[in-house]
Design a protein around this ligand. Structure first.
Ligand SMILES: NC(=O)c1ccc[n+]([C@@H]2O[C@H](COP(=O)([O-])OP(=O)(O)OC[C@H]3O[C@@H](n4cnc5c(N)ncnc54)[C@H](O)[C@@H]3O)[C@@H](O)[C@H]2O)c1
Length: 345
């Protein structure tokens, strides 16, 4: 049976929108009826590449939604616009899928949640790095409890990234634009939420960013877990993967993950000696199809949500908890002391 396609308007027709529009679920299940961008030429280019016949090009989202009455808005604007885009979209009874980060702060996120509830529509965030097979394999392995309870999580992110564009001028660029992925991954891997954080941010000498592009943060998570983050977008050489390099310490053993295909897991096997004997464990890699696909994976679960009323994993009320980690880290760095992670409900 062929199912009716979702009619969507894309707002923000820059770099990342290509990853959305080339994804399999968009090609299969979505009709792109409108393209909106403050820069009309960007909207025109995407309309030419991906639009249905008669797709409209606009610089004003509300005008486009009034004319088209679509089912959904795809938001690929810059972070400072996400909240406003969502509020406009919900006022026009659309479901919304935003690029990460959900918004600039928790207050904006709460306004988006309230607007989604009022409109009885789904609000979801592209947290695409959750939808990679290896992080799912890692989480599933930890959930088996073979190594006992998780006590400590550590991630290192070091990539010398020369983007140009809005990031070069953005405040808290690493924390807001990238660490949101890593913090969200820490929540997925640990199954815990953050309670407080101490963070230091700085802009290393030789930086090509206007503001702080390096940070170190120590989070106290629920279940007594401590999560430490170290990262930089301004470090040349010996790059980590974009997923970061991880160490997860449990009561009876440890897992290392390089963020790509490299796993190493050891469980204690001895019961005597200064350092106990260990043996290696392998991590099964098979993962359910619905949990993978990067951007396509999130978009697929969003489309299912629009059609069946199910809740995508990265819905606003979950994703705000990752954004709250970012906000608290920024506040801690600004104040030079530990701060509580703000309440999200
Ligand atoms: N999930 C990922 O892996 C990933 C990767 C890259 C970027 N992103 C996110 O995607 C978003 C966009 O990033 P990008 O790299 O495509 O940026 P970009 O600068 O290439 O594109 C952004 C576009 O949005 C338009 N825009 C900005 N404000 C607008 C508004 N109010 N109304 C209409 N159009 C508006 C700009 O004119 C521009 O064309 C950001 O939130 C970024 O963090 C996510």
């Amino acid at each position: 049976m062929t199912r009716k396609k979702i009619r969507a308007v894309l707002v923000g027709c820059g770099g990342i929108s290509g990853a959305w529009l080339n994804s399999e679920p968009v090609k299969k299940d979505v009709e792109l009826v409108g393209f909106v961008d403050l820069e009309k030429k960007n909207a025109m280019q995407r309309a030419k590449q991906f639009g249905v016949d008669g797709a409209i090009v606009e610089t004003d989202l509300a005008r486009a939604l009034k004319q088209l009455e679509p089912d959904a808005v795809f938001d690929c604007t810059t972070p400072n616009a996400h909240c406003n885009v969502s509020l406009i979209a919900f006022r026009h009874s659309c479901h919304v899928l935003n690029e990460k980060p959900m918004a600039e702060n928790v207050t904006q996120c709460k306004r988006m949640i309230a607007a989604a509830k009022k409109a009885k529509r789904i609000g979801t965030v592209i947290q695409n790095r959750r939808y990679y097979p290896n992080i799912r394999a890692l989480r599933r392995f930890l959930e088996t409890g073979k190594l006992g309870r998780i006590t400590t999580v550590q991630s290192d992110f070091y990539i010398g990234a020369h983007f140009g564009g809005f990031r070069d001028r953005m405040k808290h660029v690493l924390l807001l634009d990238m660490a949101i992925h890593t913090f969200d991954a820490a929540r997925l891997i640990s199954g815990a939420d953050a309670e407080s954080v101490y963070c230091t941010e700085w802009n290393p000498s030789g930086s090509w960013y206007d503001h702080d592009a390096s940070a170190v943060a120590i989070f106290q998570m629920s279940d007594g877990i401590v999560y430490t983050y170290q990262g930089s977008w301004c470090s040349e050489g010996c790059n980590t993967s974009w997923e970061s390099s991880w160490r997860i310490v449990c009561e009876n053993g440890t897992v290392l993950w390089d963020g790509a295909d490299g796993f190493r897991a050891e469980i204690v096997s001895g019961s005597t000696g200064l350092v106990r004997d260990t043996r290696e464990l392998s991590i099964p890699r098979r993962v359910a199809r619905k949990l993978v696909g990067g951007h396509g994976g999130v978009i697929r679960s969003f489309i299912e949500g629009v059609r069946n009323g199910t809740r995508p994993e990265t819905h606003y009320e979950d994703n705000i908890k990752s954004l709250a980690m970012v906000q608290a880290a920024v506040q801690s760095a600004d104040r030079g002391r530990s701060v509580k992670v703000p309440a999200t409900s």
